[in-house]
Design a protein around this ligand. Structure first.
Ligand code: XMP
Length: 521
């Protein structure tokens, strides 16, 4: 029996919401283990064998009367396990218990204020002293008739049945999304569900996570060998260390220098992993191969695909040299996954092909080990500390797989790479020197594909624009630009222009995500 079967947990039944992973994350943040299962795969026998203390029904894009498009296992209503329905989950729970759902006269998207109607254990500490709370809504349908045995806990102006409960059966429904940060007290509501209604005890920490992941890697890999694409960033470093703990010398890390790394990165990676951590590490200098393949390519998606495919080709080339290699380990994170293709196969529109996911060749010969694919960046960082990786590695800003290629819109040339590496170096150095590096989630320099006129000394210049981007974020899915004091920007701009030939103008990107993305391509 796996560790996850023994642990008391919350089962989240996913109906395709883009926030399902956030529900799992919030629950884990509250110190409780949670697992997600697609609505299509709910199996009552498994539920009975496992130690499930509560069930959450997620939101989703469908209407509850589109019965042929989703599966609802009615038997879960007879198990005596507390259930919390969120958004679509609230609607389907209500419908299945005899209520009805209809299109709302007023669709509610975004912030809404809900008012307390009656006391509930679910909403302990959730309302302010005026009996209201702000929540985040995203629905077009609403519950129009309450199921028998339920009472109203809270309403909005437009939707009477915003929170309902049946405290005898321990069934609860909320029309809004408590899992998103825009519902400021959403976590309190989830906390009440876990600890007051499901009566759970804390059982989930970075240490538990580490043990579970190591266990799963052992089971997946068996006696086979694994190669791990190491980039030196937080994610792949944590993956390498996890694998090293799970399978020891059956792991070989391959570090590919694609020529699109930050300045001196290759030396730092070899030094840390080969010399300090004593891992099996193969250093591959493939600078020329990458640059040749990228010649004259300016389309962002093409760049990503070329880089992703070439990475895999090189891994496979080296894998062939080591006997019994069946797996390739990657540091794919949850945000990489949902922005390329939803975990449940539901309709999240494609924004970019992150090279860990979208760029993989269709007929890849190695199977993937992706132990971090359900984790967010901050969870990975905590896990890294638990794995004794140095805080220097753990607190590094994220760096994308395609590297500087996607920070250089237009075609890629050796000259541009050289200029960009220097600009990035000066920017990041200034952040460190001014104690700003750790206040920022990610920062980088980019080179724009336009030249502008400047004047240096008494001479006209006609050179590149360097764009600086620095953002704050929780998990990379949304971001705000960092508001530097004016003096700092002037200083960095001077340092870049005075030290690097090829740049005569520095601009700062003040867009958030959305509407922009963090990277330029
Ligand atoms: P975007 O630009 O999509 O970036 O807002 C979100 C986060 O993901 C990183 N990123 C990548 N990471 N492979 C990666 O491993 C990729 O292809 C990739 N593209 C973007 C980006 O740096 C930011 O942290």
């Amino acid at each position: 029996m796996s560790l996850s079967n023994k642990l008391s947990k919350i089962l989240i039944i996913d109906f395709g919401s883009q926030f399902t992973q956030l529900i799992a994350r919030r629950i884990r943040e509250l110190g409780v283990f949670s697992e997600i299962v697609s609505h299509k795969k709910v199996n009552i026998k498994n539920i009975l064998q496992e130690n499930i203390s509560g069930i959450i029904l997620s939101g989703g894009p469908l209407n509850v009367y589109q019965n042929n498009k989703f599966k609802f296992e009615k038997k879960i209503l007879k198990l005596g396990i507390p259930i919390l329905g969120i958004c679509f989950g609230h609607q389907i729970l209500s419908k299945e218990l005899g209520g009805s759902v209809k299109k709302s006269n007023y669709r509610e998207f975004g912030l809404a204020t809900i008012t307390k109607i009656s006391n509930s254990i679910l909403t302990k500490d959730f309302f302010n002293k005026n009996n209201v709370s702000n929540v985040w809504m995203s629905h077009a349908d609403q519950v129009s008739k309450m199921p028998t045995g339920f009472k109203i806990v809270a309403s909005t102006k437009n939707s009477k049945l915003t929170i309902i409960e049946n405290s005898k059966t321990n069934f609860y429904g909320v029309q809004f999304h408590p899992e998103v940060t825009h519902t400021p007290k959403g976590k309190i509501l989830l906390r009440n569900f876990l600890f007051l209604i499901c009566k759970m005890k804390k059982n989930w920490s970075s240490r538990d996570q580490k043990l579970k992941l190591i266990n799963e890697i052992k089971q997946q890999v068996g006696e086979n060998k694994v190669i791990c694409g190491l980039s030196g960033g937080v994610d792949s470093s944590v993956v390498a260390q996890l694998l090293s703990k799970a399978i020891g010398k059956k792991l070989t890390c391959i570090f590919v220098n694609n020529g699109l790394l930050r300045k001196n990165e290759e030396f730092q990676v070899v030094n840390t992993f080969k010399k300090k951590l004593k891992m099996n590490l193969i250093y591959v200098n493939a600078e020329k191969e990458f640059i040749k393949k990228l010649t004259n390519v300016s389309d962002p998606e093409k760049k990503r695909k070329i880089i992703g495919n070439l990475f895999i080709k090189i891994f496979e080339r080296y894998a062939r040299k080591i006997k019994n290699v069946k797996f390739l380990a990657q540091g794919t994170l949850y945000p990489d996954l949902i922005e390329s293709k939803s975990v449940t196969g539901s309709q999240s529109s494609k924004i970019k092909s992150h090279h860990n996911v979208g760029g993989l060749p269709k007929r890849m010969k190695l199977k993937l080990v992706e132990p971090l694919k359900f984790l967010f960046k901050d969870e990975v960082r905590k896990l890294g500390l638990e794995l004794n990786l140095s805080s220097d590695i753990i607190s590094r800003h994220p760096f994308p797989g395609p590297g500087l290629a996607i920070r250089m819109p237009g075609i890629i040339t050796n000259e541009k790479i050289k200029i960009l590496k220097e600009a990035d170096y000066y920017f990041v150095k200034a952040l460190r020197d001014h104690d700003l590096y750790h206040k920022i989630w990610q920062a980088y320099a980019a080179l724009l594909p336009v030249k502008t006129v400047g004047v240096m000394g008494d001479n006209r210049t006609y050179e590149h624009i360097c764009l600086l981007r620095a953002i704050t974020s929780e998990d990379g899915m949304t971001a705000d630009f960092y508001d530097f004091p004016k003096g700092f920007m002037q200083l960095v701009s001077n340092q870049i222009i005075n030290n690097i030939s090829g740049i005569n103008r520095v601009v700062y990107d003040v867009t958030s995500k959305p509407p922009s993305t963090i990277e330029l391509e």
